[in-house]
Design a protein around this ligand. Structure first.
Ligand SMILES: Nc1ncnc2c1ncn2[C@@H]1O[C@H](COP(=O)(O)OP(=O)(O)OP(=O)(O)O)[C@@H](O)[C@H]1O
Ligand SMILES: [Mg+2]
Length: 323
């Protein structure tokens, strides 16, 4: 049985712990491994389950704007607000409110991210500590949200240090190839580098992304490789029966992005066409994604399992910390 949204909602207490204890960053120094797809779908599914979510984009391509459908809207400032916050100490505000119910966004774009990088490089040259600037900017509004979800770029070390300085939990999507998995080692090093500024940042888990559903051997090898690289530092996410959650390869991901929809929204549309019933209802009620017509149902089911696993793991760590 897949998790249902009602179950996910009950584990949604208002923030009671440290104000930035629910900042979840999706990162991997390698490009094209599912950072944006995982972070955008996680943010939107959590919001649909009733969590109040702020999505903060630090991806130069602003691909989340495609996934959530705001890329070409007037409200998309392509990072102008974030630049003012970091460069001119302006107070941080959500830029696009309620892009979906419960989901606010601070967008990003290529030019602004480049300028932000220049600002950070200047501070680095002058020996000014910049790694807590985002944390300080987020702190005053963090209590308005249950979750703050951050998407990151590949290959921009200063931006990653800035984001890691504000991060409590790191989620790492990776593909099966050795180079993607090898990158996890670099990421673990980058985390070490930021710990003097932010000792709270930890890896929450790894997501094997874009896998062939039938490739048993590739899946087993990838899990072994991930565990060899990260050891006890992190684990892959598992469902309630202890099965590793793989997000499958599916062209539905490309269709969803092109349509400006999250994957579960495309699944809903597909099911409506097929049966006249709102398809999202099936996932809401805990049916497996595979029972929704077409490959989009399977992919939506994977994102739902992953969202539930991330929320459950955070809940477990929080419960253990407060015990
Ligand atoms: N499950 C999937 N199956 C097949 N293709 C996918 C899947 N998810 C995403 N894609 C496609 O793979 C590409 C990379 O995905 P995504 O943008 O999520 O990765 P990323 O790590 O954020 O990339 P970047 O490093 O460029 O920001 C995109 O073109 C996307 O449409
Ligand atoms: Mg991306």
């Amino acid at each position: 049985m897949a998790p249902n949204l009602a179950e996910m909602a009950v584990t949604s207490p208002r923030l009671t712990q440290d104000v930035l204890s629910r900042v979840i960053t999706f990162a991997n120094g390698k490009g094209g491994v599912g950072k944006t797809s995982c972070s955008a779908n996680f943010a939107a599914l959590s919001a649909a389950a009733g969590w109040k979510v702020l999505f903060v984009d630090f991806d130069a391509q602003g691909d989340a704007g495609d996934d959530m459908g705001y890329k070409n809207s007037e409200a998309n400032d392509r990072g102008a607000h974030m630049l003012q916050v970091l460069d001119a100490n302006k107070p941080l505000q959500p830029v696009i409110r309620e892009v979906r119910p419960n989901l606010d966004v601070i967008p990003m774009g290529r030019e602004m991210l480049k300028t932000i990088e220049d600002v950070l490089a200047g501070k680095r040259r002058r020996g000014t500590e910049f790694r807590l600037m985002l944390a300080e900017a987020l702190a005053p509004i963090a209590r308005d949200y249950d979750l703050i979800v951050i998407d990151t770029p590949p290959d921009r070390p200063d931006v990653l240090q800035l984001v890691f300085g504000a991060t409590r939990w790191l989620v790492i999507p990776t593909k099966a190839d050795r180079s993607s998995i090898g990158n996890l080692r670099d990421l673990a090093e980058e985390l070490k580098e930021v710990r003097p500024a932010n000792p709270d940042v930890e890896i929450l888990g790894v997501v094997p992304y874009d896998f062939d559903t039938n490739a048993g051997r590739i899946k087993r090898n990838a899990i072994e490789d991930i565990q060899a690289v990260l050891g006890d530092a992190a684990d892959v996410f598992q469902d309630s029966e202890g099965e590793v959650i793989f997000v499958r390869h599916s062209n539905a991901a490309v269709d969803a992005r092109n349509a400006g929809k999250l994957v579960h929204e495309l699944a809903e549309m597909a099911q409506e066409e097929e049966s006249g019933e709102p398809g999202w209802q099936a996932l809401r009620e805990g049916k497996k994604g595979d029972r929704i017509p077409g490959s989009v149902g399977g992919l939506a089911g994977d994102h739902l399992l992953l969202t539930n696993a991330i929320l459950t793991r955070i809940d477990r760590f929080e419960a253990a910390a407060s015990a």
